[in-house]
Structure formats: C-alpha cells, structure tokens
Design a protein around this ligand. Structure first.
Ligand code: MRU
Length: 374
C-alpha cells in the first residue's frame, strides 16, 4: 500500500539507485509479494507471465524496466556516444513490445520513448548521458501522468454517467454499476480507469452498489477487483460471468463501465474476454454501456476492431485453477484473452480529455484525438 492508502501494483523510485518492484498479481488475493525488476528482461517476463497486467500498468512497467537499468548501469555514462544509447534503448523497446500484443498502450509508450531518444541523439552535442537522462525522465513522467489522468477520468466518467441516467429519466442520486476484469489501482499506476469511475462515484456519494464479474479464466474480477473493492470498503458484490444477464434482467444494474486494451478509430474496443457479451446483454436491457480508458489506449491507425490483434493464451489457464485441474484431461481449448465490442453497443468512451459519445451511429475516436491535438 502506498502513502495515499492506495494499493500499488508498481513501486518506483528514481534514485539513484533506481528501484522498481512489481506486485506479483498471480499470488493475489492470498499473498502480497513484490518482485524486483532490474531491467528490460525482467520486465518482459513479468508482463508476459502476468505478474503485472492491465493495459496502462504493462506500458508503465516496460518503460520503467528500461529506466531502472539505464539509471543503475551508469545513468547514461555506459554509452560512448548518443547513437549507441539511442540504438540500445530502441532495441530494448522493440523487445519489450513483443511481451503482449493486444494492449496498444505498450506500443504507444515504446514509440514515445524511442522518439525521445531519437530527438535527443539528434541534438548537437548530444551524448549517451543526455539521451539516457531524457528517456529516464520521460519514463518517470509516465507513472505520474497516469495517476493524474485516472483521477480526471474518474470524475469525468462519474459526472457523465449521472447526467446520462438523469437524461433517461432516473430520479435516483445513487447508481448501481457493473464492471468486468480489473481496471483499478492494480491495472494502472494507481486509482484505475473503469474502477476509477466507480471509485469516483463512491467518493462523491453517488455509488449505491458495485457488481464485479469473476472474469474467467484468469479471475481478475474475483481475485483483483474484489480485493480492491474490499480494501477500499465500497459496497460491492461478486458475480460469476454467466450471472450478469440475470442481474440486469432483475433491474439491479443502472450502468456498465469497463476498461479497454485497444480502441480503434471507429470506437470498436478490445477488452477482456466477456466484455462483448456484457455489452450485448446491456443493450438487450436498455442499460448504458461505457468504456473508460486513457487516450493512450486509442489506436487511430486501425480503422475498426477487426484489425486489433487478439492474444490467445495457454490452454492451462482454462483447464487449471491455482494448479488444480478443473477440466477433463484431453479436451481442446480456445483461450482468447480479449474480445472486440462494436462501437454500436457503446454509449460513450470516457477518457481523461472528456467523453466521446455515440453519435449518428458511431464513435469518432480518430476525430476526437485530432480535436485534442493528440
Ligand atoms: O489480461 P489482462 O488482465 O491484462 O487484461 C486487462 C483488461 O482487459 C483490462 O480491462 C484493460 O487492460 C484495462 S486496465 C485499466
């Protein structure tokens, strides 16, 4: 737990010496163990093996995994030229982005750090030291910027959801929210995206109840979101994924808010497997369905969601739970980690820059980024 009382997936000190520790989320909720990360290789393994997960958290962990090595192996003095520093940094970033394919935040972070390295290496009189220092400070800023963006997104989302429900005729000052997977402090630098919206509703006295889904097969909902909700003392109930439609049919959900791993130019959104079913169910019951994600989750280069690469993970995540076999031995398994929800099912995309509402049959994320100068 950090000074603020918030759970910490990432513990980072710039130093020198720098220190990066990642909470091993595979062991939650029963054990709270931090893994020391000494460089890009350790960061790559922690991301690939899901010790750290969640789109913003993996991007920040990768950036800081590079920064920790740069600081502790000479702070830039290990490179004889600016070009050598730039090439080493870019090679490490190229390697880190291969750890998981779907969350675009990782690629965007790597592209930004590469651009910083390239720009600094092109400056007259630039040195290995100046390139490394610029990249370290850009990585350090990513951690701080994410917390600020999440708090802002939380407030924007809470206000937007209250306004939408009022416009739909609700007189209640409190809402019942359903969320999926884990999008909280454990998936970000702190506070969270979709769970940040739920936190913000609670802080402003507008949360009646939060429902979190179990999120099979990896149980990010029952292990991680439930842990955060209990930790913060929010009124909350855990449901298995297949109970969500029944919960909606009983009129117990006012709005759904989930996170995202990649949002295409037209608003189609890749998020944890099961998100699409929730959106279909929400539409069936006339419940507004929101995505909450930072603008670094938008990939304007992809026209629609069919172009988003979807990670398929090891069958053992489905056949086994905590090392115990729970499926018949020998059965074939399909284990996509994410699915794509078409923007036609999304009421709005909540970002730190505002909510992009579904209008005229679509959600123009590309236009929104352009308007924001991003
Ligand atoms: O496989 P995971 O646990 O990394 O998947 C996480 C999700 O799908 C989250 O909803 C998404 O990354 C947003 S986290 C703020």
């Amino acid at each position: 737990m950090g000074d603020s009382g918030m759970l910490e997936a990432i513990r980072w000190q710039l130093g020198p010496p720098a220190s990066l520790k990642l909470l091993d989320q595979r062991l939650l909720p029963t054990q709270s163990v931090y893994i020391d990360i000494d460089g890009p290789r350790a960061a790559f393994t922690a991301i690939k093996d899901m010790a750290v997960r969640g789109a913003p958290a993996i991007a920040i962990s990768a950036a800081l995994g590079l920064a920790v090595e740069l600081v502790n192996h000479g702070g830039g003095s290990q490179f004889s030229t600016a070009k050598e520093a730039q090439e080493t940094i870019e090679a490490n970033l190229d390697f880190l982005v291969t750890s998981r394919p779907t969350a675009v935040n990782l690629q965007i972070a790597a592209t930004r750090l590469s651009a910083v390295a390239r720009k600094e290496a092109g400056v007259e009189g630039g040195s290995g030291l100046s390139v490394a220092v610029a990249v370290i400070s850009a990585a350090d800023a990513m951690m701080k910027d994410d917390i600020a963006a999440n708090k802002k997104m939380g407030r924007i989302g809470a206000d937007g959801i209250m306004a939408e429900l009022k416009a739909r005729g609700s007189n209640s000052s409190k809402v019942r929210m359903l969320t999926h997977c884990n999008t909280g402090s454990l998936a970000t630098a702190a506070y969270g995206t979709a769970l940040g919206v739920v936190r913000s509703l609670h802080e402003s006295g507008h949360l009646a109840h939060a429902y979190c889904t179990e999120t099979r097969p990896y149980n990010q909902g029952s292990r991680l979101t439930a842990y955060e909700l209990v930790h913060d003392g929010l009124p909350a109930t855990l449901v298995v994924d297949s109970a969500a439609a029944a919960l909606m049919a009983q009129g117990k959900v006012d709005a759904v808010v989930v996170g995202a791993d990649r949002i295409a130019a037209n608003g189609d959104t890749a998020n944890k497997i099961g998100t699409y079913s929730l959106a279909v169910n929400a539409a069936q019951h006339g419940i507004p369905f929101y995505i909450a994600a930072p603008t670094t989750t938008v990939d304007p280069s992809l026209g629609d969601g069919s172009l988003i690469p979807i990670e398929e993970r090891d069958p053992s995540e489905v056949t086994h739970q905590q090392g115990q076999q729970v499926a018949a031995p020998g059965i074939h398994v399909w284990n996509p980690a994410f699915d794509v929800t078409p923007s036609s099912l999304i009421q709005g995309i909540i970002t730190e820059q505002g909510i992009v509402q579904h209008k005229g049959g679509g959600i123009d994320m590309k236009g929104f980024l352009q308007q924001q100068g991003l």
